[in-house]
Ligand binder design. Structure first.
Ligand code: SAM
Ligand code: SF4
Ligand code: SF4
Length: 394
């Protein structure tokens, strides 16, 4: 069933509705008053003429997911403060100037306008630094979910800070997805993320599952942890995890000191995970990322097509792993950045601008990771250096 509500721009003033954006005033008849009351109970008759008219005028808005629409993903780094210092982390921990909370609300409204105009469904990942250190996280979740479009929400966390009851209630109420980072078996994870943190994150995974929230576990593959994947997997299976999301190290920022896999090693690891997937069908582990066609998956890099990032300074980026500033969310709208960026436009014409990958037979399901290309060659339009097949593309 579709879900509708009175638009956030409408104020109910006695027997009138005031559109606080356009200044329009609507007199409500008894039928109109009954419709507003029915809407608040979630029982409005969608077939009535009055309902259709109010929908057309934007007084009533649809807020559930329309499966015909594509999702646009925004990754939003609310802060860069963190309780950990992981070896591979791209984040500089000092010197950021995050948005004020009121500015975050304006950015949310601006994102909503963008989604309505472009007819995307929204997907929004709140992260950091460590998002559980953001003091007004629940308030922000409530605000985002009160807006006029469908936005699927996710929290990307290291899982070492317990989820309080207020946050748990918001997650359950709004069906917020959780991603927890685990990057190895216990010994290797703690080597990367600090002593005792494997057990902390695993405890959070288990307690979320016990509350009915199934977190996705994120594993960044690098030289240090590429040989312990099967041991890691055993623990995830035992904990009841249903989805693992693998990605590759992007050697940028302080994380550039970690060692990435060679193209041969990368292909071997992806193919090994394909075998493990066959062995353990109950846990989904094939990433939808560039190069995962080696495991039978697809994963066109979404840069320029359906994603943007806002970093901990409030700056727009094509992807957090692609350190190119596209604008400032304090002053620039999503609309402006999305439609006027020359960089994004070139990314939409990869066959013309991207070397090797743009002309590869796998261009439509892979395209190479533009962030790894930029990290290694300083050029987001270069070939993906982690690909074994690249030398065969003519
Ligand atoms: C920056 S963290 C923020 C959320 C939280 N603090 C965490 O660790 O999950 C988001 C994700 O980016 C990953 N990440 C950090 N540095 C990376 C890098 N250089 N390359 C690839 N992924 C990286 C982290 O492992 C984590 O899964
Ligand atoms: S990866 Fe996450 S937990 Fe680790 S230092 Fe970076 S922000 Fe903090
Ligand atoms: S050459 Fe580029 S597009 Fe082709 S398979 Fe390799 S990374 Fe993917």
């Amino acid at each position: 069933m579709n879900r509708y509500k009175i638009s956030t721009s409408i104020s109910v003033v006695g027997k009138r509705l005031l559109n606080t954006v356009t200044g329009e005033l609507y007199e409500l008849t008894t039928a109109g008053l009954n419709l507003v009351a029915a809407l608040n109970r979630g029982e409005a008759d969608e077939k009535s003429t009055l309902f259709k008219r109010m929908l057309l005028e934007g007084v009533i808005v649809r807020v559930d997911e329309d499966l015909k629409k594509e999702r646009f993903h925004l990754q939003w780094h609310l802060l860069n403060g963190c309780n950990l210092r992981c070896r591979h982390c791209y984040d500089e921990k000092q010197g950021s100037s995050p948005l004020a909370f009121e500015q975050m609300l304006t950015v949310t409204d601006n994102f909503v306008v963008f989604l309505r105009k472009t007819e995307f469904n929204g997907e929004l990942s709140l992260t950091g630094g460590e998002p559980l250190l953001f003091p007004r996280l629940v308030e922000l979740i409530e605000y985002i979910k009160s807006r006029d479009v469908f936005i699927a929400l996710f929290i990307l966390t290291n899982g070492t800070i317990p989820f309080g009851p207020e946050l748990m209630a918001a997650l359950t109420k709004h069906n917020v997805g959780v991603q927890i980072s685990i990057d190895g078996n216990e010994a290797v994870h703690d080597e990367i993320r600090g002593e005792g943190n494997y057990q902390r994150s695993l405890a959070t995974v288990k307690s979320l599952i016990a509350s009915g929230v199934y977190p996705m576990v994120h594993y960044v593959i690098m030289k240090r942890n590429s040989v312990v994947i099967e041991e890691f997997l055993a623990d995830m299976l035992a904990a009841g995890v249903k989805r693992i999301n693998f990605s590759n190290l992007v050697p940028i920022g302080p994380g550039a000191k970690e060692v990435a896999l060679s193209p041969e090693e990368n292909a071997t690891v992806i193919e090994k995970i394909a075998v493990l997937q066959h062995k353990y069908p109950g846990i989904s582990m094939l990433a939808r990322r560039p190069l995962w066609h080696l495991a039978g998956s697809t994963g066109l890099c979404p840069v320029g097509l359906k994603t943007l990032t806002i970093d901990a300074n409030g700056m727009y980026m094509p992807c957090r792993r692609l350190p190119i500033i596209l604008g400032n969310s304090r002053t620039d709208t999503f609309f402006k950045v999305w439609f006027t960026s020359e960089f994004l436009q070139k990314m939409r014409e990869r066959e013309k601008y991207v070397k090797v990958c743009g002309k590869c037979p796998k261009a439509d399901i892979c395209g190479g990771c533009r962030a790894i290309a930029h990290a290694v060659y300083g050029d987001a339009f270069a070939v993906d250096p982690s690909c074994l097949l690249a030398s065969k593309v003519v």
